[in-house]
Design a binder for this molecule. Sequence first.
Ligand SMILES: Cc1cc2nc3c(=O)[nH]c(=O)nc-3n(C[C@H](O)[C@H](O)[C@H](O)COP(=O)(O)O)c2cc1C
Length: 341
Amino acid sequence: MADLSTTYLGLRLSSPLVPSASPLAREVDNLKRMEDNRAGAVVLHSLFEEEILADRDELESTVEARAESGAEAVSYFPALAGLRQGPELYLEHVARAKKAVKIPVIASLNAAEGGAWTEYAAKIQEAGADALELNLYRVVTDPELPGQRVEEAALEVVRSVKARVRIPLAVKITPYYASLPNMARGLVRSGAQALVLFNRFMQPDLDVEEMDARGESVLSGPEAQRLPLRWTALLYGRVDAGLAASGGVSEGVDAVKMILAGADVVMLCSALLRHGVAQLKVVEKGLVDWMAGHGYDSVESMKGVLSHKKVPDPQVFERAQYMKGLMKFQPARAVVSDRDF
Ligand SMILES: Cc1cc2nc3c(=O)[nH]c(=O)nc-3n(C[C@H](O)[C@H](O)[C@H](O)COP(=O)(O)O)c2cc1C
């Protein structure tokens, strides 16, 4: 039997397959189902910084102020008031989750900027979470705000959360930094023991009948894999932190790729929302079958085998491939000739 165990955030997990933060985690029964379907750990849905502030009657002013800087709650919670869970309920949920499952429970805090709310990191630890994932989500719309200040603010959030907890800390980031490897190292220096690649931006759409913008969450497909795959491969061996790949994983082969790129943990969200929690076992079977067919008896021995540092053609991850890819692309003949432009 293949050894699927992996080390992540200093925790020994029985499997690299971990459900990422999603509404599924709101129900303790779903967490049990995840454990029954052999998840290595569970990540709870996020407690939003704005919810903590709301509890202190600061919601309106904060959301207004943050609308400018683009905090995630503005896009996740259009009808914020109706969806609020409240920080105390979240802490109770962490405690219930811990009682319900034996696998590690990773709580999630979602924030755009630092502040007194970071004391909730300590409360989450007290509630029994085995680790904390800090999701940094900010859409900067102020043209006067330079990137360096945005990065410094993000590092400050990590430092202030880290200062409040002893449990391991993962930081879930977006890919949109000018120098992601440099930012990744900064996050690690600030206290991140693992990086989760990536947080998905909920891209809004336009409703051309209602003449308005719409912001519903859309489940991702396999095309979402490429970004975390590339950056897992590029960051493997370059940052002193664990790596969790999140995005577009729904089949065993997807998990295989992420681990070969260098992931310690492979996260699933859309696939579980689409197919149900039992999809975890489908992915696990695909992973185990691939390992058996390719002579790997442990996940540890697969890690990073096709990372940027080890892959036979590392240029594939770089600019050179972009050039080659564009130049080699052949439009289908019919597309060129049949259409009347
Ligand atoms: C409906 C929905 C809710 C989500 N809620 C959270 C959340 O509370 N916190 C968080 O960090 N990520 C959240 N995510 C992001 C996912 O955890 C995951 O990182 C992202 O969807 C990419 O993975 P996927 O392609 O497997 O869906 C959510 C995603 C979806 C689709």
